[in-house]
Design a protein around this ligand. Structure first.
Ligand SMILES: *Cc1c(COP(=O)(O)O)cnc(C)c1O
Length: 373
């Protein structure tokens, strides 16, 4: 059996160890230290110089803190893109709020602005103004930032931008993670760069960042002894982990380039199969192509291809099952149009690692071609 091809494995630069050794040499194993500050500074330089980055232990923690900072609490309503990974929505339940899910449009597969406005207007008519909205840059493709931003301003509802998988993506050269009132990026093991586990919360001003750090380090009051007036969390990134991040950030643009090249390869090699479709970038949009996603003609074909790949020891995965169809979330309200349900039925994520070899890419496309013959 040929070596297994994974969906999105980690890809080290070789520079990570240096920063980790620095931390060991300085005996800076205790949580915070120079790697954390340097990692945050570099992220800020890369994403948005005027914003404030706080390194955390996961993207999920960053979404949780963003909700708290946006003032979301028990009984509140939060609008959330339905076509996403559960970590976009779970923190809404952590704070005791209620998600209202919004389906996607076909140009980016992300939150549909028309449905979002309908959802907002109906909530307002019920006298329940949503406290926040979570828009996702799914699989690295930016959402319709102008339209969603306009609604956020019109109705004065803050945006939490889930850019977990979209580090390196942009719209008209502005980087993802910088569009929302709060931005979230993940460095989980399967993302475009990784710290094994980690995330960053991006805030608009220094006060908000200070509050995020306070909440993320157990909310200790300004006393010499341990005194706590607010509920805190242990969410900060450690100095060791941030060392991995520094080594990874050094090669981010190369990783984006490699993932985009994977996408182009699949598109080119499968172009003659008219039943297969890929998501194109709208004008001005730039996706890091974290995962290459392919639409097959039907659920049956999707499964046939997935199983054929699996039999050749190649990992692939159906696109996200929308949140409004998840057993955990199906009891909450949703505004649907059939788009995310269709994407889930027909869509498949293909191996997308930045370390895929040409021979591996050929193995994958040959297997797909064979299932259409
Ligand atoms: C990975 C991911 C997250 C969660 O990030 P973690 O760092 O794994 O907690 C959230 N949202 C989306 C869309 C993701 O892909």
């Amino acid at each position: 059996m040929s070596r297994r091809i994974w969906l999105s494995p980690s890809h080290l630069s070789g520079q990570e160890k240096k920063y980790i050794y620095d931390a060991f040499d300085a005996n800076w194993i205790a949580p915070l230290g120079p790697n954390v500050g340097e990692f945050e500074n570099s992220l800020q330089q890369y994403i948005a110089k005027e914003k404030y980055c706080t390194a955390l232990n996961s993207g999920t923690s960053a979404i949780h803190l963003a909700l708290i900072l946006a003032g979301v609490s028990k009984g509140d309503t939060v609008l959330c893109q339905s076509f996403t990974f559960c970590a976009s929505a779970n923190p809404i339940l952590y704070v005791g709020a209620k998600p209202v899910f919004v389906d996607s449009e076909r140009d980016t597969w992300n939150m549909c602005p028309q449905l979002l406005e309908k959802a907002i207007q109906e909530r307002l008519a019920l006298g329940k103004k949503p406290k926040a909205m979570i828009a996702v840059n799914g699989y690295g493709m930016p959402y319709k930032v102008d339209e969603i931003q306009a609604l956020s301003e019109k109705y004065e509802i803050p945006i939490i931008e889930d850019a977990a998988g979209a580090l390196g993506s942009s719209v008209n050269k502005q980087k993802c993670g910088s569009f929302g009132d709060y931005g979230v990026i993940s460095f989980n093991g399967n993302k475009i760069i990784t710290t094994s586990s980690g995330g960053v919360l991006i805030c608009k001003d220094k006060e908000t960042q200070q509050k995020a750090i306070f909440l993320g380090t157990q909310a200790k009051d300004n006393e010499v002894h341990y005194q706590h007036s607010e509920l805190g969390y242990n969410y900060r990134m450690t100095n060791i982990i941030a060392g991995i991040g520094r080594g990874q950030l050094a090669v981010l643009d190369e990783r984006v380039h490699a993932r985009r090249a994977n996408f182009e390869f699949y598109k080119r090699e499968l172009a003659h199969i008219s039943e297969i479709q890929f998501l194109e970038e709208p004008v001005g949009f730039f996706s890091n192509r974290w995962l290459t996603c392919m639409l097959t003609p039907s659920f049956e074909m999707r499964e046939q291809i997935r199983l054929a790949l699996e039999s050749e020891n190649i990992e692939s995965r159906p696109l996200w099952k929308p949140m409004h169809q998840q057993p955990l979330f199906s009891k909450y309200e949703s505004y649907t149009n059939g788009v995310s349900e269709e994407l889930f039925k027909r869509g498949l994520c293909l191996p997308s690692g930045s370390n895929l070899t040409n021979a591996e890419l050929l193995r994958i496309v040959n297997c797909i071609k064979n299932t259409f013959e």
